[in-house]
Design a protein around this ligand. Sequence first.
Ligand SMILES: *Cc1c(COP(=O)(O)O)cnc(C)c1O
Length: 429
Amino acid sequence: MLHDAAHVWHPYTQHHQAPLPVPIVRAKGAWLYDANERPILDAISSWWVTTHGHCHDHIISAVTEQAKRLDQVIFAGFTHEPAAALAAELVQRLPRGLSKIFFSDDGSTAVEVAIKMSLQSFANRGAPRRLIAALDNAYHGDTFGAMAASGRGVFTQMYEPLLFEVARLPDPSVGDTIAALDALIAERGTELAAVIVEPLVLGASGMRVWDEQVLQDIRERTAAAGVHLIADEVLTGFGRTGPLFACERADVRPDLLCMSKGLTGGVLPLGATAATEDIFDAFRSADRAKTFFHGHSYTANPIACTAALASLELFDEESEDDRVRVEVAHARHLEALRGVKGVRAVRQIGTIAAVELEAPSGYLSDIGRELAAYALQEGVLLRPLGNVAYCLPPYCITDAELDLVYGVMHRFLGGARADALSSGGPVDD
Ligand SMILES: *Cc1c(COP(=O)(O)O)cnc(C)c1O
């Protein structure tokens, strides 16, 4: 694709050495098809967004009809049925206590909104708190506030001097988060506005699964200290960990909850932040300065909201059965990988399975790129996070298709490699 190389700057891509990107022309179910009609199995849900499968008829026809009726309208001073209906449907399914929905564009903006809502709610009530606490190894997005909340590493170190102060808590998959939180609250509890977490799995830092009890303890400590709990469910939302939201697994009710990725079934970009009535009330005032002065041009785009509504309708019993089936198949495959030479650890939560490879760890590890190149040559899209390979598929993936994914991992661990690292594919980070 001539114009791509000439004019397109790709995300997370080192253009000095990246192989040419693979042109995809269509997709269906768990499969992508390139310009030569070569099928590629999408084992990572196209960056964690596709839930029911690509080009699902129910979502596509709803979107098509909506696009003919109302494409876009300003969302301040105006409203429309898709947004109102979607807000109501989300509130019905979210952890109890979350009753207001603020729409935005993506996961990063959903996080920015949650952080700003927490900070301003304290300020509006005349008792400002300015400190946010976040987990080591967290990932909350690439905008500045989201970067500040994210763990420090190769994605953020460049901007370090410009990021606002965040109190860091140990990664609960390896450290004692609660002891550190207790100490933080004892020392700076009245400054602390919110604790933000990726509930039960730190995604981008390598699918690090953590304990439900720790999430419950964070909720208990924050509630007692009058501190907000922000659940960033941008990855975990919409069934990835089993139930619709990871907070449900731990029976935890956060004050703010961020959604994006699977919100529209992976069809259109949309972000949403759910808030409690209490937070919303802090902004209701005769004083106009207490308004939440935040909004995006495309807030609550009607076509995107329609996709999300149609996607929610697909979370029925059949989808639940699919997710259970994927979960069971993952467990079986991971058991077979445990102890295989080259495998350091395996982990799973719901439909997310991860295999940590023996290799220097870290996002810039080469082994992941080698695996991605080999998988692509074999017709499977994998995109390891450093030395952590994972399978995070659309729920429609069949057992036979999962066999293909794990077959690739086994052959790679057995020594198979791509003919050339530059044989194509999104292997460069
Ligand atoms: C992907 C992700 C984000 C950022 O979402 P974008 O849509 O890429 O901006 C935020 N939080 C978590 C947990 C994510 O996985």
